[in-house]
Design a protein around this ligand. Structure first.
Ligand code: GDP
Length: 303
């Protein structure tokens, strides 16, 4: 299916390397772990996460008295799932959608990561689920951003509330909320500008937008989703840190996972930042957005 297809690069690269490793080493020894460490780091799992994993593995190998490298394979996948899920054994992190009344979803992320595309895809998906969806063109800064969101609105047949370029994003969001209320919409998805160069501006703009939402919508915003580009590897991790300091991120959408062999970044994000990956982008079309399923992801790597 689409999910497997989208992860082909990561899966192929990872499973080939693991199988090769297992074939080269019969015995589980220091060198085996060193090579494994290298494979994981080259898949963007992240140094900190790899160290945690290797420690866990070594303990488990000792505990179960495993000698054969083939047996280690299944322990690796189990431990990867554990590392992803941490203490709470949540499975798939779903969106916090309100049963009654308006749900407001705020999208943040640097330009070019696939934020607009993801908003379009998510709007399409929610609409398919029977929800009345509205978009707010809150990126009034980047030239062309409003028009680009508008194009996506047309494509997925969802209205876009917009002002002119350069106007106050918080005012756009305010208007969009009023429109959503008067139409009895279920979900309002808000785009925002992705200027990371100036953290103070970014923080001010986001907190102003959040204040408007908090004032106008009970318990809003219900989600603050950060879009990250999987092909940028460790850079994505540092973006997540910066946005995490600027605002309260509730979930991550990892885009362009189809374009990289380094899907291990998913594990690093969860383990090092504690923010769940809620969706993954697996292509440029409106249907190329999937809920992230950690077990399917990890076991898929070893398939
Ligand atoms: P924004 O600046 O963050 O709003 O980024 P855009 O939504 O304009 O996306 C930038 C580029 O990435 C566009 O060419 C998109 O088609 C492409 N893109 C977005 N998501 C994905 C994805 O999941 N997979 C692939 N292959 N391309 C994507």
């Amino acid at each position: 299916d689409k999910y497997k297809e989208g992860l082909t690069k990561t899966r192929k690269s990872f499973s080939e390397k693991i199988n090769d490793l297992v074939a080269r080493y019969r015995k589980v020894d220091e060198d085996f772990f060193e090579d494994l460490e290298e494979i994981l780091i080259s898949a963007d799992v992240g140094v900190e996460t790899v160290m945690d994993l290797i420690d866990e593995l070594q303990m488990e190998v000792k505990r179960q008295n495993i000698k054969d490298t083939n047996e280690v394979k299944s322990v690796i996948s189990e431990k990867l799932v554990e590392i992803y899920q941490g203490e709470d054994d949540e499975e798939i992190a779903t969106l916090n959608l309100q049963e009654d009344g308006l749900t407001v979803i705020l999208f943040v992320g640097v330009n070019g990561v696939g934020k607009t595309t993801t908003i379009g895809k998510l709007a399409h998906q929610l609409k398919e689920q029977g929800k009345e969806v509205l978009l707010a063109a809150g990126d009034t800064f980047r030239a062309g951003a409003i028009e680009q969101l508008n194009e996506w609105g047309k494509r997925v047949d969802v209205d876009v509330i917009k002002h002119s370029e350069g106007s106050d994003p918080a005012a756009v969001i305010f208007d969009a909320i009023q429109a959503a209320k008067s139409r009895n919409a279920d979900v309002l998805i808000c785009d925002t500008a992705g200027r990371l160069q100036n953290k103070v501006n970014l923080m001010n703009e986001l907190s102003k937008i959040k204040r408007v939402i908090e004032r106008e919508v009970p318990n809003g915003p219900h989600e603050v989703l950060l879009a990250l580009d999987a092909t940028t590897g460790q850079n994505a991790l540092s973006q997540a840190k910066t946005f995490g300091e600027a605002t309260n991120v509730t979930g991550i959408v990892l885009t362009k996972l189809d374009g990289t062999a380094k899907g291990g970044i998913v594990l690093a994000i969860r383990n090092e930042l504690g923010i769940p990956v809620k969706y993954v982008g697996l292509g440029e079309q409106m249907t190329d957005l999937q809920q992230f399923d950690p077990q399917a992801f990890v076991y898929g790597l070893f398939a």
